[in-house]
Design a protein around this ligand. Structure first.
Ligand code: NAP
Length: 340
């Protein structure tokens, strides 16, 4: 009998997630019924935003709150092993918003399932990173909201993470001076050496973050790509130029709590600088994903953009790797491979 190893939510995180919040639970794999499809999940994409739905009562229009003892919801890339659903054929590769598990059985009605786009010559895991929500967020955030002009300064928080590592590289290609914010001196050095950032600020190494950003951005900040929110957003606002554009992609420093996060208390600077701050949800651009994928793959093929992965293997690594994102251990896109 084939066993399906699933990661269940053993307890709700109180603050950043810890390994004890997750447990691997083996259950026998059942046969599929009419209308169902059996997917073998090859990769699990770890996305910080899913921490939000681990809080009790956190459900919204995107996902219901995750249930204790039930498989943790997330994004996977899998292969169809068996299908009794005419919409999916054996060997199809699917991106799914489903569970952290080795095998998934679904009729598709409760889960988001899409076939991988055809004709792209890239390793499958790239569809979770640069060709997935990660790359789409970076691309549409900068093209639609940032609208960088050559010589302007782009500041990126979470600069060594999945979205940030792509956003910084796109900013360089658009002719900006690019400055990253990350959580250690070693990561800041990697931003410069491996991703081409012009300068980097270690937010953990500085008690005067606003002053450190000012020193790294002597011409001020024209575009701020925010993955973090909280005190980093406040410090960035203290350094904006006139007509700055602030791209709110995520707020990982606020995901730890189900209480309202304190807002920046310096928003009046948006008024005096006639700046704009805009939220971004990449899925709303789904009709334009091909445009973004073609451009990003062209940059990858020419060596102008690197898709960096923080890859590990095995279902037992899924929970720990998710926690590591909140500890800043990852560099690039966090992915766990479950099968070849
Ligand atoms: N809007 C959209 O459509 C969309 C789509 C995808 C992702 N996102 C968002 O984009 C953001 C980045 O996601 P990702 O998947 O690319 O994650 P990631 O950046 O790969 O990983 C998270 C990084 O955030 C930093 N971090 C963690 N806790 C922090 C804290 N309290 N304060 C400051 N930095 C902290 C860590 O790096 P350090 O070493 O620097 O601490 C860590 O490496 C998330 O907020 C996510 O929700 C939005």
């Amino acid at each position: 009998m084939t066993m399906n190893h699933r990661v269940i939510l053993a307890s709700r995180p109180d603050g950043p997630p810890v390994e004890a919040n997750f447990a691997v639970d083996p259950v026998p794999l059942r046969a599929i019924g009419d209308g169902e499809v059996l997917i073998q999940n090859l990769y699990v994409s770890l996305d910080a935003g899913f921490r939000n739905w681990m809080n009790e009562g956190s459900g919204d229009h995107i996902l219901p709150a995750m249930e204790l003892g039930a498989p943790v919801m997330g994004l996977t890339l899998g292969r169809v092993l068996e299908s009794k659903n005419p919409a999916f054929a054996v060997a199809d590769l699917l991106m799914s918003r489903i569970a952290w598990e080795e095998y998934s059985i679904t009729d598709g009605s409760q889960h988001w399932l899409v076939n991988l786009p055809a004709g792209i010559d890239a390793p499958p895991s790239y569809h979770l990173g640069i060709l997935g929500d990660t790359g789409m967020s970076a691309y549409f955030g900068l093209t639609d909201i940032g609208k960088l002009k050559p010589g302007e300064t782009l500041l990126v928080s979470g600069a060594g993470g999945a979205v940030g590592s792509i956003a910084g590289q796109i900013g360089k290609l658009q002719g900006a001076r690019v400055v990253g914010i990350a959580g250690s001196d070693a990561k800041c050095q990697r931003l410069i050496d491996e991703l081409g950032y012009d300068a980097a600020v270690n937010y953990r190494g500085s008690t005067e973050l606003g002053a450190a950003i000012s020193a790294a951005c002597p011409q001020g900040v024209d575009v701020y790509f925010d993955n973090i929110g909280g005190p980093l957003l406040q410090a960035a606002i203290d350094n904006i130029n006139e007509r700055a554009r602030l791209i709110l992609c995520g707020a990982i420093s606020d995901y730890h709590t189900n209480k309202a996060a304190p807002g920046p208390n310096n928003l009046f600077q948006l008024v005096t600088n006639q700046a704009t701050m805009s939220g971004l949800m990449c899925h709303h651009q789904i009709d334009r994903y091909d445009e973004a994928r073609n451009q990003l793959m062209a940059w990858v093929a020419s060596g102008q953009v690197r898709n960096i992965e923080y890859m590990s293997r095995g279902i037992e690594r899924v929970g720990p790797a998710f926690c590591e994102m909140f500890q800043g251990k990852n560099f690039g896109k966090t992915v766990v491979q479950l099968a070849d």
